[in-house]
Design a protein around this ligand. Structure first.
Ligand code: ATP
Ligand code: MG
Length: 322
């Protein structure tokens, strides 16, 4: 059996917003009781509409923002109570790649300085640094001659390579990639996705890959978790999910993905209404006001995530039938 590298248990993040003159404080339940396991060497994709809590989940796992509740078990230890020094050590093995590397690459520093920063922060001896930097540049398809340049002198795709290089400097085990190709041209997207796949093999990396783009996730993920309003509503092997999504929300999301086979007919399921506000979510199953299969129980009782046909689904339809 494969070892879990990361286990997320009942993770919750509530943001308090709107405090101030005449404004009532409101609570945004961005992540609401997420349970996940990521096994060593796999890519778990996280998908869902804008605002469903994907980024908040990723940032909570790294504790870039503090979760409100839950456990984050990484390499067998719950890192949520860890103090700063212990968390610093954990971050050696858990790194993040962001959507827009330009925002996160310091424009005043050369690429060499950017890549040196994590090495200094983690006490890597000076004599080892140059070789590590050059090796990493090569790994991401850049040349050591480019080390003296600044971020603005690179194209979008190259900047993302630098963002990936920075995340790899300490040779982490887990990379949380938050929309890493969403800001790139389609042609560049596939280059970066292929690079991530090559790196995964060469460096035995595990990925949590966040994207709103199902075609991208179909390309890269082994398993996929579909989120809706802060909750995982279906978690399945990629092949199973793309062949036959079970949750009505997953069905509607998947129905919008273009099919490569011209003979395959897929009817587009259009959802009624917008994503409800996470500060005032619907009762029962949070998807029920938009669901064409809604039953009475869905309006009052939240369905549990349970095993159905070899995957996990949170939907009363399958409780009844199963
Ligand atoms: N710092 C914050 N303060 C208050 N609310 C927040 C904060 N960060 C996120 N939210 C809210 O939490 C919810 C989830 O946001 P999040 O950014 O995690 O969604 P997402 O799935 O990553 O969306 P996208 O696909 O647009 O990146 C949203 O309703 C958002 O407005
Ligand atoms: Mg996001």
């Amino acid at each position: 059996m494969k070892t879990p590298l990361l286990e997320v248990r009942n993770l919750q993040k509530r943001f308090l917003t709107g405090k101030g003159w005449l404004q009532q404080p409101t609570c945004v339940h961005a992540v609401n009781g997420v349970n996940l396991t990521v096994t060593e060497g796999e890519t778990l994709g996280i998908v869902g509409e804008s605002g469903c809590g994907k980024s908040t989940l990723g940032r909570c796992i790294l504790r870039l923002i503090e979760p409100t509740e839950g456990e984050i078990v990484f390499q067998g230890r719950d890192i949520r109570p860890f103090k700063k020094a212990d968390m610093h050590q954990v971050r050696r093995n858990m790194q993040m790649v962001f959507q827009n590397p330009f925002d996160t690459l310091n424009p005043k520093l050369t690429i060499k300085s950017i890549l040196t920063e994590p090495l200094i922060a983690h006490g890597i001896p000076k004599e080892l640094r140059q070789a590590l930097i050059e090796d990493t540049m090569e790994l991401v398809g850049l040349s050591k001659k480019q080390l003296a340049r600044y971020a603005h002198e690179f194209s979008g795709g190259q900047r993302q390579r630098i963002g990936i290089a920075r995340a790899l400097m300490l040779r982490p085990k887990l990379i949380i990639a938050d929309e890493p190709v969403s800001a790139l041209d389609v042609s560049i997207q596939s280059q970066i996705l292929n690079l991530l796949q090559d790196l995964q093999e060469q460096l035995s990396l595990t990925y949590l890959f966040i994207s709103h783009d199902l075609s991208v996730v179909e390309h890269i993920a082994d398993r996929v978790a579909v989120m809706y309003l802060g909750e995982v509503i279906e978690l399945a092997n990629k092949e199973d999910l793309f062949a036959k999504p079970l949750h009505p929300y997953a069905q509607s999301l998947l129905s919008a993905v273009p099919v490569s086979d011209p003979d395959e007919k897929r009817e587009r399921i259009l959802l009624k209404g917008d994503l409800p506000s996470p500060s005032n979510p619907p009762s029962g199953c949070k998807f029920h006001p938009r669901c064409w299969a809604c039953m009475d129980i869905c309006k009052t009782t939240a369905p549990a995530l349970q095993e159905v046909e070899g995957r996990l689904v949170a939907c009363h339809l399958y409780e009844r039938n199963g």
